[in-house]
Design a protein around this ligand. Structure first.
Ligand code: GLA
Length: 531
């Protein structure tokens, strides 16, 4: 062997043997405004197998199996999920000297993934940024010592079912209307964006159409509380009070987001054990609406109905005690019969499913399949929430968005636009601001509509209105145009009735017995039948 070959062999030698990864590795992942630290503690045996654990603000996971081969490593860990269900997740990585590049599997505690008790199968991927994507995290080795075993997890907290109802705040006598940052912008939301959106909500006519709440969703929170435990904003929101003043100055209201758990779904700080304090902070800032998302609460609480209701009641009472009228929006994906207790814990609305996404199949599943049966829980002050609107986000056709809007209005659903109001096509503005369907949603009677007939992929939904008339949706969920017929007998009516088309804004005249219309694929004809 020449000296040259020998040199090459020596250079290649380390790669042929597994390197020892034993020790503690740390890195930060997620966004700049939330520098989340991840700790990977590894213990490597002589045969290359590894054990240890991963700790991040999202979860603590025990490594069950793992292996080092050359500079590659792979390991499987037990990740606690919502409802206490453990999920197996796989990490893969490469090491070079004291550096590790690790692919971290996406979080699993957003809405609807995994079925909690009584849970619903709807939903798209959750998590920080665009949820559902694995993240590549760079870690550095901070110690070579074999890690000490993890202390045992504290026992899940159990709370008794509250005996007294939270005092009703008198808000949301009709379903709340406004805008929310999450569907379109995820962690890109900022003070500047909220101000621009508030401006656009006014200039577009959305405010005057009823869209009043401008809601900041997840990712506004600082990395840590102050020394007194007060929640702080991160650098995307330099002055929340000033922002609220600005939004109020436009004749709008400001909403915010938190969790009953220690972390939100995107792993920012939640309100666990700071409920009263946070409610006071929100009130001092001038917040008018709180969305309260279960997320990591599933890791500290026992996930029973009593405990969940009690955890929500804590914040419900804290909001009342804050002295400021704040709409309380429960987000626990419709689990554990929330309709039975949502209003009692102070909820003005509660999600009924996992997260909506901007696809026909998601909207169809949530709107048509998962709402029936919940009508009895809706009424002035307390509403079923089939999630925010995707209208205008580009994943559905305008016909499908019209169906989305019509169905949500018939359901007396909260109408929280989720698109970029600063940049809205006229067709989208027309859908979101159709005063005649909004009037159905905001009808004083506050009755949630329901399906009254179904024939294959065509169906008719109806909602009783305060003036004795009915709003009726003739829907075609099929792939080809179809004739849809609404029979007066299905509405409890006989004889002839005045009909008005709520999308064409045209009176049809007096119609006897039934009304039929040709409806495009995935489309709707929405009418009002006078009594
Ligand atoms: C959950 C909720 C969403 C959104 C995200 C934010 O997935 O269901 O509506 O608030 O959390 O992280």
């Amino acid at each position: 062997m020449t000296w040259f070959r020998l040199a090459i062999a020596l250079v290649l030698l380390p790669a042929a043997h597994p390197q020892n990864v034993t020790g503690r590795w740390t890195g930060s992942f997620s966004t700049a405004d939330n520098g989340l630290e991840i700790i990977v503690a590894l213990n490597q045996a002589a045969d290359g197998s590894i054990t240890g654990y991963v700790v991040s603000p999202r979860s603590t996971e025990t490594i069950t199996t793992g292996k080092v081969e050359g500079t590659n490593l792979t390991f499987e860990a037990d990740r606690p999920g919502r409802g206490g269900v453990v999920q197996k997740v796989t990490y893969t990585g490469t090491t070079e000297g004291g550096r590790m590049k690790l692919t971290v599997p996406p979080p699993n505690f957003g809405g609807g993934r995994g079925r909690g008790p009584g849970g619903s199968p709807a939903g798209g991927p959750p998590g920080a940024g665009r949820g559902g994507q694995p993240q590549i995290v760079e870690l550095s080795r901070v110690s070579n010592e074999a890690p000490a075993p993890l202390p045992p997890r504290p026992a899940p907290v159990s709370l008794p079912m509250p005996t007294a109802s939270v005092k009703a705040n008198g808000l949301a006598q009709t379903p709340p209307m406004g805008w929310n940052s999450w569907n379109k912008f995820r962690n890109q939301v900022s003070d500047k964006m909220i101000r621009e959106m508030a401006d656009a909500i006014v200039t577009s006519g959305m405010r005057d159409a009823g869209y009043i709440y401008v809601n900041i969703d997840d990712t506004w929170e600082a990395v840590a509380r102050d020394a007194n435990g007060n929640i702080l904003t991160n650098n995307k929101f330099p002055d929340m009070k000033a922002l609220a003043d600005y939004v109020h100055g436009k004749g709008l209201k400001l909403g915010i987001y938190s969790s009953p758990g220690p972390r939100t779904c995107a792993a920012y700080l939640g309100s666990y054990q700071h409920e009263e304090q946070d409610a006071k902070t929100y009130a001092a800032w001038g917040i008018d609406y709180l969305k309260y998302d279960w997320c990591s609460a599933s890791q500290v609480y026992d996930n029973t109905q009593a405990t969940m209701a009690a955890a929500y009641a804590r914040m419900g009472n804290a909001l009342v005690n804050s002295g400021r009228p704040i709409v309380f929006s429960l987000c626990q994906y419709g689990n554990l019969d929330v309709g039975e207790w949502g209003a009692k814990v102070g909820g003005n609305l509660w999600r009924t499913t996992g997260d909506i996404s901007d696809r026909w199949a998601s909207m169809e599943n949530i709107g048509f399949k998962l709402q029936p049966g919940r009508e009895k829980y809706a009424g002035p002050g307390h509403w079923n929430d089939p999630d925010m609107l995707e209208i205008g986000n580009g994943g559905m056709t305008d016909i499908e968005y019209q169906t989305h809007m019509s169905l949500w209005c018939l359901l007396a659903a909260p109408l929280l636009a989720g698109n970029d109001i600063r940049d809205m096509r006229p067709a989208i503005a027309d859908i979101l601001m159709n005063k005649e369907s909004i009037a159905v949603d905001q009808d004083k009677l506050g009755k949630q509509g329901m399906r009254v007939s179904q024939d294959g992929s065509v169906e008719v939904w109806s909602s009783a209105l305060a003036d004795g008339g009915y709003a009726v949706g003739l829907f075609n969920r099929g792939e080809a145009p179809a004739k849809v017929t609404a029979r007066w007998s299905d509405l409890g009516l006989t004889g002839s009735h005045q009909v008005r088309d709520l999308w064409k804004h045209a009176d049809i005249g007096k119609v006897s017995g039934e009304y039929s219309a040709e409806v495009p694929s995935h489309g709707v004809v929405m009418i009002k039948v006078a009594n």
